[in-house]
Design a binder for this molecule. Structure first.
Ligand code: GDP
Ligand code: PGA
Ligand code: MN
Ligand code: MN
Length: 605
């Protein structure tokens, strides 16, 4: 077959035969007007942001250097879990919690969708690396996309560009990630500011480690290095190779006596990872530094401890609720500029605004482009509840200096948490690894705006990974059990359960949260060091109110007691829900999980 004459296609700055062949094949299928190999330079950023401004997609923000506002199509604002597929050969390998389609069938269906889908657009080839480029085995990916928004966002979220291509040489393995917004342009047809398609597929082929995404421009659906590669495909790799790819923040906690602990924490989307990762402790002498806010890859080191690396290079954070009080370090990170804001509101003087931000402007342009007054409640929220900022990690003022060390950091404790108005205490410690895996396996949370669906509905979300496990959820829980057997129990991280979101009868949060969560972290590390006591309960070890350091905190004693309470009736009501969840997982569920459930039932009497 003779190569198509697409401008740019023959200017490949690589000799990698596999990459060249794939790019050629995709170009012939999608028929873009031009092909651009991305180099990751400032020049490229300037060129593409200018193009996005000219197209009406981006609005430059006068108040924020090199930063841009943008609004998505109102139907393209979150991850679409019901359009997300794991296409393993065997349906049982995708398991009961994932959507599945036969890989051959999906390939045929999506090939039809991709045919000509980039007509009238430029096709970009983005070489990227998840985790440090100087790792022993760098984790490469290449995303092909027809969206400039995706290119500039990938600049922030990953290590992308020429250095990556150079390091790949002519034979490195990489994860091919194909993305199209699915909106070809006919000759003379004007583009819209946020091209996307009603037809959406976010597809993973675990056997070939390939990602195909069609129809959406939203972060989690379109920035394929993030959820698709670093969680769904990486979880499959991790299972094959004996490590963990998890939906976790990584933080460094330093005590007043300079003891250092690294903590990883898994909370479902929009349940507090970014906030905890950048927390400003309210207790004197304690320090938190950030290593990651969304994803952790954890492997055993030669010393038998579990080491975590953050594969990302930027923060894709929930905007609403972020302010100088709740998350000052996120505000400072954003002050550095170089950021993209999606679906927040805009002020007349060229700044951004969202619900919860200090100072309520008289008049705003809402995320929908309407002129509104935020005090007029009939106007709906000015910023979409899942509006996001995308900002470089290296602007974070509390970034730990070891954040991009390819060796990672040794994890002392793993936290599992969700958003539950009842039942789940502020904090509880697991008895051992297996009990901790049970706590993670039964994690539940009220649904948030981060995914399309009904907000507030309680669902089980094992290890906060329900939407991100690239294989059978039962096998995933078994893998967690196996990982615990790989190491000396004394060297494994301790596992804790947390819930910042328990509410009183009147609906208010019982625990102040945010910076005050440092008090809970303090108890956790004092447990690790054998310096704090705990009460043995049916569900785990829980501090008394007295055991938490509440110095200087203006909070009602009864509220903290209620936040910590184990209500046996609430827990008995939880049992059938856990049972139902385990039934959903079915035959692949490890028997240890049923053993833990039986033991819990017995302890509850
Ligand atoms: P992530 O998506 O898991 O990273 O969650 P974020 O840290 O972005 O937080 C999501 C939402 O939960 C934001 O609106 C936060 O303001 C809110 N949030 C985070 N931490 C806390 C907390 O400790 N208490 C309460 N009440 N809200 C919190
Ligand atoms: P989040 O990340 O966990 O910060 O919300 C995005 C997502 O999970 O959709
Ligand atoms: Mn996430
Ligand atoms: Mn986050």
């Amino acid at each position: 077959m003779t190569a198509l004459a697409i401008p740019g296609l023959d200017h490949a700055p690589t000799t990698h035969p596999g990459l060249l062949a794939w790019v050629q094949e995709v170009a012939e299928l999608t028929t873009p007007d031009a092909v651009v190999w991305c180099d990751g330079t400032q020049d490229e950023w300037n060129r593409l942001t200018t193009k996005l401004v000219d197209a009406g997609t981006f609005v430059p923000l006068e108040k924020r250097p090199n930063s841009f506002w943008c609004a998505s199509d109102p139907d393209d604002v979150a991850r679409v879990e019901e359009r997300t597929f794991i296409c393993s050969k065997d349906a049982s390998d995708a398991g009961p919690t994932n959507n599945w389609m036969d890989p051959g069938e999906m390939t045929a269906l999506m090939t039809d969708l991709y045919r000509g889908s980039m007509r009238g657009r430029t096709m970009y080839v983005i070489p990227f690396c998840m985790g440090p480029l100087d790792a022993e085995k760098p984790m490469f990916g290449v995303e092909i996309t027809d969206s400039e928004y995706v290119v500039v966002s990938m600049h922030i979220m990953t290590r992308a560009g020429r250095d990556v291509l150079d390091r790949m040489g002519s034979d490195a393995d990489f994860v091919p990630c194909l993305h199209s917004v699915g909106k070809p342009l006919e000759a003379g047809e004007a583009d819209v500011s946020w091209p996307c398609s009603e037809t959406k597929y976010i597809t993973h082929f675990p056997e070939t480690k390939t990602i195909w995404s069609f129809g959406s421009g939203y972060g989690g659906n379109a920035l394929l290095g993030k959820k698709c590669y670093s969680l769904r495909i990486a979880s499959v790799l991790a299972r094959e190779e004996g490590w963990l790819a998890e939906h976790m923040l990584i933080l460094k906690l330093t005590s007043p006596t300079d003891e250092v602990h690294y903590i990883a924490a898994a909370f479902p989307s929009a349940c507090g990872k970014t906030n905890l990762a950048m927390l400003e402790p309210t207790i004197p002498g304690w320090r938190v530094e950030t290593l990651g806010d969304d994803i952790a890859w954890m492997r055993f080191g030669d010393d038998g401890r579990l080491y975590a690396v953050n594969p990302e290079n930027g923060f894709f954070g929930v905007a609403p609720g972020t302010n100088w009080k709740t998350n000052p370090n996120a505000m400072r990170t954003l002050e550095g500029g170089n950021s993209i804001y999606t679906n927040v509101a805009r002020t007349p003087d060229g700044d951004v605004w969202w619900e919860g931000m200090e100072g309520t402007p008289e008049i705003l342009t809402s995320w929908k482009g309407e002129q509104i007054s935020p005090s007029d409640s009939s106007a709906g929220p000015a910023a979409h509840p899942n509006s996001r900022y995308c900002t470089p990690m290296n602007q974070c003022p509390v970034l730990a200096q070891e954040w991009d060390d390819p060796q990672g950091v040794p994890i002392s404790a793993i936290l599992f948490g969700g958003r539950r108005a009842t039942t789940i205490p502020l904090v509880a410690e697991a008895r051992d690894w297996q009990h901790g895996v049970f706590l993670g396996a039964t994690l539940s949370s009220e649904k948030t705006a981060a995914a399309a669906g009904t907000v507030g509905q309680v669902r089980r979300d094992p290890m906060a990974m329900l939407p991100f496990i690239g294989y059978n959820a039962g096998d995933y829980l078994r893998h967690w059990g196996e990982v615990g057997k790989q190491a000396d129990a004394a060297k494994l991280p301790s596992i804790f359960y947390v819930n910042w979101f328990r509410r009183g009868d009147d609906g208010r949060f019982l625990w102040p949260g945010f910076g005050e969560n440092s008090r809970v972290l303090k108890w956790i590390v004092e447990r690790l060091e054998g310096r704090a006591s705990a009460v043995e309960t049916a569900i785990g070890r829980v501090p008394t109110v007295e055991e938490l350091d509440l110095t200087g905190l203006d909070v009602r004693y009864e509220d903290v007691a209620d936040a910590l309470a184990i209500d046996v009736d609430e827990w008995r009501a939880e049992l059938p829900l856990i049972e139902e969840w385990f039934d959903t997982i079915g035959a692949a569920l490890p028997s240890t999980m049923q053993d833990e459930l039986a033991a819990l039932r017995q302890r509850l009497g």
